[in-house]
Design a protein around this ligand. Structure first.
Ligand code: FDA
Length: 308
């Protein structure tokens, strides 16, 4: 399975395949397994439906690794429109943004400026920007930008980031973020990382996930625990019960289209749940990472291909 995982992660970075897949009608149809739709309105409709079920949302206007500063500016404009739409429709929703979509690889200064303008907008409208975490070559840059923006008086509290349990460095990163009161989403990590910086097997990643989630739960900051793994969820619930941590002090987060049964069950049991809802035409890298997480998804993909 690790071989299949690496293969899908490698394919997720292939620009030719990406171009072909994103332009094809069959590809767009397949993407609907994990993507709310091609347009912002599709995602807003999904957000409304989820909100009615008592589920909050984080909207992701897909499009990582832009190739020009102009593309980065356009992506930021799209997110400003999303923030306006959330406020207009009074949705229980925030936004998730990747810094490579804000031009991090072209100009870190531009990425910081654009992310800062989104966080300022979010702050002014009582909203929140989550900066997603990308591969380990970007971890330090991402954390530095988030910490600088968080320290800004017009942003404070309206920006947070993501920590990956797969990396050895994550405990130290969480301690620093907690000391500064920065909200964390904890996930296992969707990228292939070398063994010298990341736990080489799933059991170790899972153990670290549980250790780090306890650290987050004990803090007074509101965090997001992002996982579909029932063992992780059970461990979090047990720790919270044993330490009298009220369910209102944290939220579970899951991805659109994955374990809807579990999402609903947690809401019924009184837990806060937020669903990450991606939309847009640049769906290919996101979609391929979802296949990498669970190669069994390919069976679904093949079955659907034969229906066209
Ligand atoms: P695990 O992979 O062990 O899966 C547990 C169970 O969940 C599986 O047995 C299956 O039932 C179900 N499942 C998991 N993935 C599935 C899939 N793709 N298709 C179908 N079923 C699946 N990563 C990152 O590096 N940076 C980030 O910013 C984020 N952001 C993020 C936000 C949110 C809200 C979530 C839920 C996840 C992320 N991730 C992420 C992805 C994360 O790192 C991880 O790759 C996936 O969540 C899968 O890990 P699980 O914790 O679900 O466990």
């Amino acid at each position: 399975m690790p071989i299949l995982r690496s293969a899908f992660i490698a394919l997720s970075k292939n620009r030719t395949l990406r171009h072909f897949a994103e332009k094809s009608r069959a590809g767009s149809r397949l993407s609907s397994r994990f993507v709310a739709g091609m347009e912002m309105d599709d995602a807003l409709r999904v957000a409304e439906t989820l909100n009615k079920q008592g589920i909050a949302v984080s909207l992701d206007a897909l499009g990582e690794s832009v190739t020009s500063e102009e593309e980065a500016r356009q992506a930021a404009q799209m997110y400003h429109r999303v923030l306006d739409a959330i406020a207009e429709r009074k949705l229980s929703a925030n936004i998730s943004v990747k810094l490579t979509q804000m031009g991090l690889e072209q100009s870190p200064e531009l990425a910081e400026f654009l992310a800062g303008s989104l966080a300022g907008h979010a702050h002014a409208t009582g909203n929140f920007v989550r900066i997603d975490m990308e591969d380990s070559s970007l971890t330090q840059k991402t954390l530095d930008i988030v910490r600088r923006l968080h320290a800004h008086p017009d942003i404070n509290g309206s920006i947070g980031t993501v920590i990956q349990a797969s990396l050895y460095r994550s405990r130290a990163d969480i301690e620093q973020l907690l000391a500064e009161g920065i909200k964390v989403r904890l996930c296992k990590g969707a990228y292939m990382e070398p063994a010298k910086i990341a736990f080489p097997n799933k059991v170790q990643v899972d153990e670290n996930y549980i250790r780090l989630s306890c650290l987050l739960l004990e803090s007074s900051v509101y965090h997001g625990l992002a996982t579909h793994d029932e063992t992780m969820i059970a461990a979090i619930r047990t720790f919270a019960d044993q330490h009298q941590i009220d369910p209102s002090r944290f939220e579970f987060q899951m991805l659109f289209g994955i374990r809807r049964d579990l999402q609903r069950k947690l809401v019924q049991q009184g837990y806060n749940v937020r669903i990450y809802v991606p939309f847009g035409q640049a769906w290919y890298p996101y979609f391929m990472r979802r296949l990498a997480e669970r190669p069994a998804n390919v069976v679904f993909l093949v079955k659907n291909l034969f229906r066209f």
